[in-house]
Write a protein that binds this ligand. Structure first.
Ligand code: SAH
Length: 217
C-alpha cells in the first residue's frame, strides 16, 4: 500500500472539513491529517477513504465516520502518556488516532478477524505501542485498570458497569447510549469513588455493542 501526495491532499481537505463542522482541537486535526485512512478500508472503498462517511468493514461492522472519530477524540481531551481503553477496535483507525496523540492505548475487539487484521495494520504503520485484545469489551480490561480515559466506539443500551468501575477518579468515559436507531453521546466524568457527572450530547448512529466474543473461545 502506498500513501501518495494525492492522498495527503485529500486528507488535508478532510481536516479542513472537520474544522468547518466544529472540530477545533489542533492535535486531533493533525492526527486525522497524518493517518492514511485508506489503509484501513477494503480496496473497493479506497477511493472514498477521505469522504466524511462511515464504510463497511468485515463482519458487518463499520469504520466510523471521520467526524465521529474526531468528535469522540476531542471529548476525551487526550494528554500524552495517558492510559486509554478503547472498546471496539474494528478497523483500528480510531486506535491509530489515539496512539498518535501519545496515549498508552489498550483496545478490545469481539471479532477475532477484525482483531487480527487491526493488529497487523498497527505493525505495518509502526504503531508498536498499541495493545490489542480479542475479548468481550463489555467487561473492560480489569487487570490493567484504572484508565485515565475510556472510549466506546459501538452503541450501547446502557453504560457497562465494569467500565465505570475501571475509570480513574478524574477520568472521562465517552460512550454512545440509546437504541438500535440512534444513540446519544454521553461524556461521563468520575468525580469520586461513587460520584459521576454525566453530560448528554449529540445524536449518532453506531453498530451495536454486543456481549460475548465471536467466535467464542
Ligand atoms: N473504532 C472502530 C469502530 C468500529 S465499529 C473503527 O475506527 O473502525 C465498532 C466495533 O465494536 C465493531 O468492530 C464491533 O465488532 C465492536 N464491538 C461490539 N461490541 C463489542 C464488545 N462487547 N467488545 C469488543 N468489541 C465490540
Amino acid at each position: 500500500m502506498e500513501d501518495s501526495n494525492r492522498h495527503k491532499g485529500m486528507r488535508k481537505r478532510l481536516a479542513e472539513k472537520l474544522y468547518q463542522k466544529g472540530i477545533r482541537d489542533e492535535n486531533v486535526l493533525s492526527a486525522i491529517q497524518a493517518i492514511p485512512r485508506h489503509f484501513f478500508l477494503d480496496k473497493a472503498f479506497e477511493e472514498h477513504a477521505y469522504e466524511d462517511k462511515a464504510f463497511p468493514i468485515d463482519e458487518h461492522q463499520t469504520i466510523s465516520q471521520p467526524y465521529t472519530v474526531a468528535y469522540q477524540t476531542e471529548l476525551l481531551q487526550v494528554k500524552k502518556r495517558e492510559k486509554i481503553l478503547e472498546i471496539g477496535t474494528g478497523s483500528g483507525y480510531q486506535s491509530a488516532v489515539l496512539a498518535l496523540l501519545g496515549a498508552r492505548l489498550y483496545t478490545i475487539e469481539r471479532h477475532e478477524l477484525l482483531y487480527s487484521k487491526a493488529k497487523k495494520m498497527f505493525e505495518t504503520l509502526g504503531l508498536l505501542g498499541i495493545r490489542s485484545y480479542f475479548r468481550d469489551g463489555y467487561k473492560g480490561l480489569g487487570e490493567f485498570a484504572p484508565f485515565d480515559k475510556i472510549l466506546v466506539t459501538a452503541g450501547a443500551t446502557e453504560v457497562p458497569p465494569a467500565l465505570k468501575k475501571q475509570l480513574k477518579i478524574g477520568g472521562i468515559l465517552v460512550i454512545p447510549v440509546g437504541n438500535q436507531a440512534h444513540q446519544k453521546m454521553l461524556k461521563i466524568t468520575r468525580l469520586g469513588k461513587f460520584d459521576y457527572q454525566e453530560e448528554t450530547l449529540s445524536n449518532f448512529k453506531f453498530v451495536p455493542l454486543l456481549k460475548g466474543k465471536n467466535p467464542q473461545k
